[in-house]
Design a protein around this ligand. Structure first.
Ligand code: SAM
Length: 228
């Protein structure tokens, strides 16, 4: 398709506005205490506005969760940054994400780890996320459709597991798919309020747990989550 000079120009002005808004968002995250420069760089690189409906794009770089359809949300930037930072990724890790949603967190993780396996239970979201990841040129992440509460042992064990929907308790299957020395971050508790937990696997049969603070996520639905 050949763009007229006018529409080509408009497109670039629009992109520049989003780029500036994104960079302001990253500065705010830094001010709020996010220190990992790799996380900040990843958040500066991924165009969050392309993952929400056009009517919501003006809010894409505000620190809010936004609807993505099917009753689900793209998490707020500060929570994405916090969870990514707490995983302490260096670039050589295998990461499992539960709850692909829009693909935003998955795209961020793809810049921080060697490979990412992400699982989503809603078919339309999984398809849209795959398309978005392709569009962003992500080649080290794969999205599977299914119940993430049982994980994906076939591709594990994992150095890190990120759960982006809230379950009543940490799924045992996920604990068992963590490498010794690996960590899992996710929200657990009641369906309308949860605590963000950081779990470390310290031996084949031992895990330690730390509370990172209160949070509110959509429900983790599945065999080891809430029932439908
Ligand atoms: N990480 C996402 C992003 O960056 O857009 C946000 C995730 S949204 C807060 C939670 C997602 O978890 C929803 O898309 C929901 O459909 C999904 N989900 C809920 N239960 C699930 C399960 N058992 N397995 C996989 N995905 C699940």
């Amino acid at each position: 398709m050949v763009l007229s000079k006018h529409s080509d120009f408009d497109f670039r002005v629009e992109e520049e506005q989003y780029r500036r808004a994104r960079s302001k968002m990253v500065q705010s995250l830094e001010k709020a205490g996010v220190r990992d420069t790799r996380v900040l760089a990843a958040m500066n690189a991924i165009p969050r506005h392309l993952l929400v409906a056009e009517a919501l794009r003006h809010k894409a770089y505000s620190d809010v969760a936004l609807p993505i359809g099917s009753g689900q949300t793209i998490s707020a930037p500060h929570i994405v940054a916090l969870m990514s930072e707490r995983l302490c990724l260096e670039g050589h890790e295998a990461v499992l994400e539960i709850g692909t949603g829009s693909g935003y967190q998955c795209a961020i993780l793809s810049k921080l780890a060697e490979r990412v396996v992400s699982i989503e239970r809603v078919p339309s979201l999984a398809n849209d996320a795959r398309r978005a990841l392709d569009r962003f040129g992500v080649i080290n992440a794969v999205v599977f459709l299914g119940d993430g509460t049982v994980g994906r042992p076939k591709d594990g064990p994992y150095d890190a597991i990120l759960v982006t929907a809230a379950g009543p308790k940490v799924p045992r299957s996920l604990l068992l798919q963590l490498k010794i020395g690996g960590r899992l971050i996710g929200p657990f508790g009641l369906s309308d309020s949860q605590v963000l937990l950081e779990v470390h696997r310290t031996s084949p049969s031992d895990w330690t747990q730390k509370e990172l603070g209160d949070c509110k996520f959509v429900e983790l639905i599945g065999d080891e989550g809430w029932s439908t």
